[in-house]
Design a protein around this ligand. Structure first.
Ligand code: GMT
Length: 374
């Protein structure tokens, strides 16, 4: 099958999922054409069956805002025609689904029929999408998509809550390459950050307000009073300056390590003992799943789709958003001795097997096949 994948190329979860999906489909023999405005961060180097088409929006003095959506739709038309695509799969509703609709209709007028699948990832529905100025376009695109998928049950029900659509939405959760056994901890690497007896807490995000990274520091501050530990913060974004300031106020500068953006977070997770994800909203929580797949238990909020991934009392704990005392209490429970930590580590690893890339990607292929048979 020849599949066009439209995505955001940045560090955000939707881009990561779309890129990993494309890479896995390419490995299975499909021809994948990524369409976006810059090289997706997880794409890596030259790979068989993968092509990347850059959407270039030229500046023109008339435009205060460049018409990205129009150029994207034109690119989708061009790639579909000249590469002979069978299907378009767009990740994130705005503006990818509306551009796909436009492309599909243009192609139809030229006698080419191509279906498009829209995958909803979260903020397109729960944050940006809630802005009423987007509502008519998103509702229309959901209704016009040939198939709509959402990454969690929670996101599916949020979509029905916020948009007047009766479109069937199939839940296809995010996925991960699973491992049966945990990697051995690279002690030499770990010693660069913490003493052998100091637990390492970790957080990975884009440091936007919605991630409540400040809560990570507050949880850590309580934990560190009882168990001397370290915290590794991976990522960067608008909240970083405020967080660095808070670290100084809490007197934690020597215990909190800002690593900045890291392309391959698995090496950080490999040396971590606990993952903290206190988000305000989170439709899935891919970062938590990535931690669990490395055998790292999760302390998180109980918002959105997180409880579908992090099982309370088994793979970690979930708390009310903002309840840093409860999160710290739960973290201390897991860290109280090596045996308890090991039980949670193993359960986290086991749970991640339910999101095995092989099984989940097959479900996307089933959607494509169903549409192409129509
Ligand atoms: O969380 C972000 O700010 C990035 C956002 C995105 O669209 O890239 O992530 C969303 O999609 C991820 C992949 O499906 C999910 O794991 C995240 O939970 C979801 N983020 C939110 O709902 C806030």
């Amino acid at each position: 099958m020849k599949i066009g994948i439209v995505l955001y190329p940045t560090f955000g979860g939707s881009g990561v999922v779309a890129t990993e999906l494309g890479k896995f489909l390419a490995k299975k023999g499909h021809e994948i054409h990524f369409i976006t405005y810059s090289q997706p961060v997880r794409l890596g180097s030259f790979r068989q069956n993968i092509y990347y088409h850059e959407v270039l929006v030229s500046e023109y003095p008339l435009f205060d805002y460049e018409p990205y959506e129009t150029v994207l739709a034109s690119k989708m038309v061009d790639v579909t025609k000249h590469e002979g695509l069978d299907i378009l799969h767009v990740h994130y509703a705005i503006p990818h689904a509306s551009a796909a609709f436009m492309a599909r209709e243009i192609l139809k007028s030229q006698g080419i029929n191509i279906p498009f699948v829209t995958t909803l990832h979260g903020t397109d529905i729960t944050l940006v999408g809630k802005d009423s100025s987007f509502e008519p376009v998103i509702t229309f695109c959901l209704n016009e998509s040939d198939a709509v998928t959402a990454v969690s049950e929670s996101l599916k029900s949020d979509t029905y809550k916020h948009f007047k659509t009766t479109r069937e939405i199939e839940v296809i959760p995010n996925f991960i390459p699973v491992r049966k056994k945990r990697n051995d901890v690279k002690k030499e690497v770990r010693r660069n950050y913490a003493m052998d007896d100091e637990p390492i807490l970790c957080h990975v995000s884009n440091f936007r307000k919605v991630k409540r990274v400040e809560d990570v520091l507050r949880v850590f501050s309580i934990v560190n009073q009882q168990v001397k530990s370290k915290v590794l913060l991976v990522g960067d974004g608008p909240e970083r300056y405020r967080l660095e300031k808070l670290c100084r106020e809490l007197g934690l500068c020597d215990r909190v390590i800002f690593l900045g953006k890291v392309r391959d977070t698995q090496h950080v997770l490999e040396i971590s003992d606990l993952f903290v994800l206190p988000s305000e909203t989170e439709s899935f929580g891919l970062a938590a799943l990535e931690a669990m797949a490395m055998g790292v238990p999760v302390i998180s909020s109980n918002t959105g789709g997180i409880p579908e991934v992090n099982i309370h009392g088994e793979t970690g704990f979930t708390s009310e958003v903002g309840d840093v005392e409860d999160m710290a209490k739960n973290a201390l429970h897991i860290l109280k001795d090596d045996e308890t930590l090991e039980v949670f580590r193993q359960k986290a690893l086991d749970r991640s097997q339910s999101f095995d890339v092989e099984t989940i990607v097959q479900r996307y292929e089933n959607v494509y096949n169903r549409l192409l048979k129509k």
